[in-house]
Design a protein around this ligand. Structure first.
Ligand SMILES: [Fe+2]
Ligand SMILES: [Fe+2]
Length: 274
């Protein structure tokens, strides 16, 4: 079982930052902003899903997952708070958050469903996030020239996503979650994730005045489809999720551990498992 530590990040998000905070690059800034705008609602959904999932388990099982799920909930709650501060700056810049409303509508439609569906969705998004995290930590180009405090924010989040990547998956298994539904939800989650983030990125770029610039789409091609781009680096771990013996702990975690070890001055430990 992993020791999931809750940390408080020591960065200032009260001071405004540049609209193109990510190396002056319109696309890279807009794309990371789109992700951040989806986090507060998404991470609350993950917390609620896992909490509701736990309630369906027998007492002994709940006790077995207690430390892991407390760490998971503590980390996601911290991410929500920090990204809400980041998003407040984006909103001050005039950014309009539409991804949140779409996600909220979708969550509302799940009222009364078997709680395993929400946990399967959470497990799928958590794998997605862990893939993104590994890409962020292994690809300097992703945050090249980014404002240092914001690069720290993204790398810290990436490291913690790596740490807690197995929790929702393990809870889903303990709930007797069906393997076909697990795969089905990954396909659906991928579709919604890609379309929602693309729509929000396009909106952010429109607001930035960079949507129709050649340089914007050149940067998009490099970030997403280039040699170190997201698609080339994540299609294999994405496919791995459909393998019968798959477990999130099989995914690489060395870079996350290294980042946490080398950046101890950027955070304080709030709580670690006994
Ligand atoms: Fe998170
Ligand atoms: Fe997460």
């Amino acid at each position: 079982m992993t020791d999931i530590v809750v940390r408080r990040l020591l960065i200032d998000l009260g001071t405004p930052f540049e609209r193109r905070w990510n190396g002056g690059d319109a696309f890279r800034s807009a794309w990371f902003n789109a992700l951040s705008l989806s986090f507060p609602v998404g991470e609350q959904f993950f917390i609620d899903s896992v909490r509701n999932g736990l309630k369906t388990l027998p007492e002994a099982e709940r006790a077995r997952f207690a430390a892991e799920t407390q760490g998971f909930i503590g980390q996601e709650a911290t991410h929500r708070r920090i990204h809400a501060l980041f998003n407040a700056q984006l909103e001050r810049q005039g950014c309009v958050n539409t991804i949140e409303k779409r996600a909220q509508r979708r969550i509302g439609r799940m009222e009364g469903w078997d709680p395993r569906h929400a946990v399967a969705q959470t497990a799928a998004v958590e794998h997605f996030t862990a893939m993104l995290a590994h890409w962020v930590l292994s690809t300097p180009e992703a945050l090249e020239g980014a404002e240092p405090r914001l690069a720290t924010l993204w790398r810290w989040h990436a490291a913690e996503e790596t740490e807690h990547r197995s929790v929702a998956f393990d809870v889903y298994r303990a709930m007797g979650g069906d393997e076909r539904w697990r795969a089905r939800w990954m396909r659906l989650v991928t579709f919604f994730f890609v379309t929602d983030v693309t729509r929000q990125t396009v909106r952010n770029l429109w607001h930035d005045g960079a949507l129709l610039r050649w340089s914007t789409w050149r940067s998009a091609a490099r970030l997403l489809f280039g040699r170190h781009g997201l698609v080339r680096r994540t299609w294999k771990p994405w496919l791995a999720y459909f393998r019968p013996g798959f477990h999130p702990s099989q995914q690489e975690s060395r870079l996350a551990e290294q980042w946490l070890r080398e950046n101890g001055t950027q955070f304080t430990v709030v709580r670690s498992s006994p």
